[in-house]
Design a protein around this ligand. Structure first.
Ligand SMILES: Nc1ncnc2c1ncn2[C@@H]1O[C@H](COP(=O)(O)OP(=O)(O)OP(=O)(O)O)[C@@H](O)[C@H]1O
Ligand SMILES: CC(C)(CO)[C@@H](O)C(=O)NCCC(=O)O
Ligand SMILES: [K+]
Length: 259
């Protein structure tokens, strides 16, 4: 069985893949100082809680935070006796090489989303991921990552207002009743929510115009559903896209690495 690990700047998600389906998905905050033993304590408690019989033989990691990889490698080695595949490392193959400027280190999460979305939908896609940052990944006709857009994340935008302005409180994102807010919280939610609807629509329209082609828009990440409920911004919403991408890259390496 495969343990797929997706470390974002805010949250780290573990998911167990039995070859056909995900048996469980576990979420914790990302901390570079968390040790291998601490990961295992947390992991084994939850796996037991859910009554899962997991015989992990393989581990794949995508991390946007380079420092956490060391402890996750120790975790894989110590508790599952395996050497993890780490997306973005030269020994981890990708189905298609990214077409970007020389020297660019594309975020591993974006490479994984690209592989996952191409596997499900074929080429000419825009993948929108609402994480710490909101990323737009352009997937070429052959499944290569061809570039994209990085915008400040929804929660980060709200947090930035709170941090920079003494009179602005911490606010959670929500769809405001109206555009014109009559209290501070409603004004902030309106700015970020409707500003974001505009941002997503404008960027996708411009990507399609720049490439002069129709493209399917696939969204993932915790907050995508909040936007999709309001406006038809996306053609598909797939919560498990990054995890699916990890299974695709894992399978590709198994099939293409001489052993
Ligand atoms: N309606 C909502 N309001 C506020 N937060 C939400 C809502 N729905 C989901 N979330 C948040 O979205 C997050 C899940 O997002 P996701 O895993 O895609 O990215 P992340 O963990 O925030 O970022 P990263 O992957 O960069 O670490 C969860 O932390 C959850 O708290
Ligand atoms: C943009 C984030 C932070 C989104 O998680 C991540 O993909 C990242 O750190 N990227 C590196 C730069 C790039 O993707 O071009
Ligand atoms: K993410």
């Amino acid at each position: 069985m495969l343990l797929a690990i997706d470390c974002g700047n805010t949250n780290t998600v573990f998911s167990i893949w039995d070859g056909e389906k995900f048996l469980c998905t576990l979420r914790t905050s990302t901390h570079h100082a968390r040790t291998a033993d601490a990961y295992f304590t947390w992991y084994s408690t939850l796996v037991k809680h859910y009554g899962i019989e997991a015989d992990i033989t393989d581990v794949i990691i995508s991390s946007t935070v380079p420092r956490v990889v060391f402890n996750l490698r120790v975790f894989a080695d110590r508790f599952f006796g395996c050497r993890p595949m780490v997306v973005g490392k030269p020994e981890c193959l990708l189905p298609q090489a990214p077409r970007v400027d020389a020297g660019t280190q594309v975020g591993p999460d974006r490479l994984v989303n690209t592989a996952g979305a191409f596997d499900r939908h074929g080429g000419n896609l825009i993948v929108v991921d609402f994480g710490t940052a909101t990323t737009f990944d352009v997937v070429g006709h052959d499944g290569a990552y061809e570039g994209g857009v990085i915008a400040p994340g929804v929660n980060l935008s709200l947090e930035a207002l709170h941090m920079a302005a003494a009179a602005l409180p911490h606010v959670d994102i929500a769809k405001p009743q109206r555009v014109v807010g009559t209290n501070t919280v409603a004004c902030m939610q309106s700015g970020v929510f409707w500003g974001y609807v505009g941002l997503v629509r404008e960027i996708c329209t411009r990507i399609k115009a720049e490439r002069d082609q129709q493209m399917m828009i696939v969204a993932t990440g915790g907050l995508a559903s909040l936007f999709q409920q309001t406006e038809a911004l996306f053609d598909a919403f797939e919560e498990d896209l990054t995890m699916h991408g990890l299974t695709v890259i894992h399978r590709y390496n198994k099939e293409n690495t001489p052993r």
